[in-house]
Design a protein. Structure first.
Length: 134
């Protein structure tokens, strides 16, 4: 499975420096399930509305490509237990990826937020940021 957080999902709608590389990277992995949190159902349209409102019509199309995990008690407890340096919504994404990855191995956690990426790597989760500067 491949988990994408909202920082990655936005790049599938709003053209950013990493958008093309991310799209190509995902195109090479269509055989692997793509997942995210139901949190993206709120975060993604809000981010697009703020940054590229003309892209709002694409939000349902992008979300339809992903299996979405509910924020259950296990995910809430894990998110609440992470170090203070992680923002709440990022903690939910990380807990969702970690919980999903416990059931089925996670191939990559696609993220462009540095703090969230470092937190994932600290937990031993493989991360990817296609197109991002090294």
């Amino acid at each position: 499975m491949i988990y994408l957080d909202t920082s990655a999902l936005v790049k599938l709608i709003r053209i950013e420096a990493e958008s093309e590389a991310l799209s190509e990277w995902l195109d090479e992995r269509t055989h692997t399930p793509w997942i995210t949190s139901v949190l993206a159902e709120v975060e993604l349209p809000r981010a697009i509305r703020a940054a590229a409102p003309q892209g709002l019509a694409h939000v349902p199309l992008v979300l339809a490509r992903f299996n979405r995990f509910e924020i259950d008690p296990v995910i809430r407890a894990a998110a609440a237990a992470y170090p203070h340096r992680l923002r709440s919504l990022d903690a939910i994404h990380l807990a969702t990826a970690q919980t999903a990855g416990a059931a089925v191995p996670l191939t990559a956690f696609v993220v462009y937020d540095q703090r969230l990426r470092q937190s994932a790597e600290d937990l031993g989760i493989i991360t990817a940021s296609p197109g991002a500067a090294a």
